[in-house]
Design a protein around this ligand. Structure first.
Ligand SMILES: [Cu+2]
Length: 483
């Protein structure tokens, strides 16, 4: 069981791990202060189960990486050591920090050199559930990028603590042992809203024009777990009747959309991507795109021994779940398949919310080109695939202006769209207007449309991309530049 106390105990040790920097720094930088946190990137083992021990790249030799608790607005110094043979990047997902420490080379953040280190410093914000993860390109290397175990939760303590709960539990959902497969993923019926004919037609045209008649590679996984343990192999979450547990759930997958249900219980959504929602609604199932976070309160009012797990039977049987056990009860964990449930962000928005008027609207149409890059699908935004060679910014924004991004998805894939260094407000999902839901990743449905607004309030190069590693590595990125 990883509850707040044990996580705190663990993170308490982190600052004690320190080492002599192997790179030269400006003298004042080194002597001025000692790091508040140290992250070591290195190969290690994750014991998902006694007979399933995987070797992968980790933070501080553990999966997930240590929970880092920051205070909103209080500057932190982090030493990042890279004990691997390849340059690395640590991205502080969901934080509004400068480009050079954000951890994306496209924005100009320096790499942490192989067998070297980098000291960074930033002021954590905004408050809420964030995370950190590697931001290198994996391409065709399944030992790189988010296919590895380089992910860990961040909690930025707010100035005012919202909500009443008895316990806080962090859950990191993650697959291991990836492999490429042909034939493509099945489209999933996850999100509210219907496909748009014109976008389906555009998708068919792209399929016809593609040189390759087969779909490109997708990634599948052998092993699944929550907090690095397969279902039934970690400590169960032990609860008492009447307890109110606040779950902070992170989907740390490289490529997959995940679901989570606890039979007989409802989740009261209090925050999405760490940001409190205007309307707290109860749902039977959580759906999370890659890199999305959900904070949900569960009232423990249905005694039993339960599997809290993914709806996908195959993934759950291969480990995607965790046992929830009421005090004094023993026995085989029970799973009850929930009724089909569509995820609809609008439920958590303002009632009859009308968003502010944007100063400018930018439209992006997303097209998949089957197998166009050595068997990998290529992705284009308005006909252009992002080039890692030129890293040319596609859009220029002006500080203080409000931008509306309109996305049109001419593919059957769900895309978890992510904007760095800014939050955005959802303003329209599948034709329905909405306001008040603030996020940094949002799932765009297959052949659907979506709009979000962001205010250009954090000058510096800013990366936008799909958080599906296969999509971002093969074209699905764009850079925003401040004028
Ligand atoms: Cu995508």
């Amino acid at each position: 069981m990883i509850d707040r106390r044990s996580f705190l105990g663990y993170t308490g040790l982190v600052p004690l791990i320190s080492a002599v920097p192997r790179l030269a720094f400006a003298a004042d930088e080194v002597t001025a202060e000692k790091a508040d946190y140290t992250l070591r990137i290195g190969i290690g083992l994750v014991e998902l189960a006694p007979d399933h021990i995987v070797s992968t790249t980790l933070y501080n030799g553990q999966f997930p990486g240590p929970l880092l608790r920051f205070q909103e607005g209080q500057r932190v110094v982090v030493d990042i050591h890279n004990d691997t043979d390849t340059p690395e990047l640590v991205h502080w997902h969901g934080q509004m920090i400068p480009s050079d420490v954000d951890g994306a080379s496209e924005e100009g953040s320096p790499f942490v050199p192989a067998h070297g280190m980098r000291r960074i410093s930033f002021v954590p914000k905004p408050s809420g559930f964030r995370f950190y993860h590697t931001h290198v390109v994996a391409g065709d290397d399944l030992n790189r990028g988010t296919y590895t175990g380089q992910a860990g939760p961040v909690y930025i303590e707010p100035k005012n603590n919202p909500g009443a709960y008895d316990r806080e539990i962090f859950l990191v959902m993650k697959e291991f042992a990836p492999a490429f497969s042909r034939g493509g993923d099945m489209a999933m019926d996850v999100l509210a809203g219907a496909p748009i004919n014109a976008l389906q037609q555009m998708g068919r045209t792209a399929d016809e024009e593609a040189q390759e008649k087969t779909k490109g590679f997708e990634v599948g996984y052998e092993l699944f777990g929550i907090n690095g343990r397969m279902l039934g192999h970690g400590e169960p979450i032990r609860v008492k009747v009447g307890e109110r547990v606040l779950f902070h759930v992170l989907n740390a997958s490289a490529t997959e959309i995940r679901s989570l249900a606890l039979p007989g219980h409802l989740f009261r959504i209090v925050a999405l991507d760490g940001n409190p929602v205007p309307t707290q609604a109860e749902v039977p199932v959580l759906w999370l795109g890659t890199a999305e976070r959900i904070s949900a309160l569960v009232e423990m009012n249905r005694p039993g021994v339960w599997m809290m797990g993914d709806l996908a039977d195959d993934d759950r049987r291969h480990g995607m779940g965790i046992v929830v056990e009421y005090a004094e009860l023993k026995g085989k964990p029970q799973w009850i398949k929930p009724k089909p449930f569509h995820w609809d962000y609008i439920r958590f928005g303002k009632t009859n919310g009308v968003p502010a008027t944007p100063d400018e609207t930018i439209e992006m149409t997303i097209v998949k080109h089957n197998g166009a890059l050595n068997g990998f699908n290529q992705w284009t935004l308005n006909g252009e695939a992002f080039s890692m060679e030129t890293m040319k910014p596609m859009y220029t924004v002006h500080e203080g202006r409000r931008y509306r991004l309109t996305f049109r998805n001419a593919s059957d894939d769900i895309h978890p769209l992510h904007l760095h260094r800014h939050s955005f407000e959802l303003t329209r999902i599948a034709g329905q207007p909405t306001a008040g839901v603030i996020k940094d990743v949002v799932m765009l449905g297959g052949f659907q449309e979506l709009e979000f607004d962001f205010v250009a309030d954090n000058p510096g190069l800013t990366l936008f991309h799909c958080h599906q590693q296969l999509h971002m590595d093969f074209g699905f990125m764009a850079l925003f530049n401040y004028a």
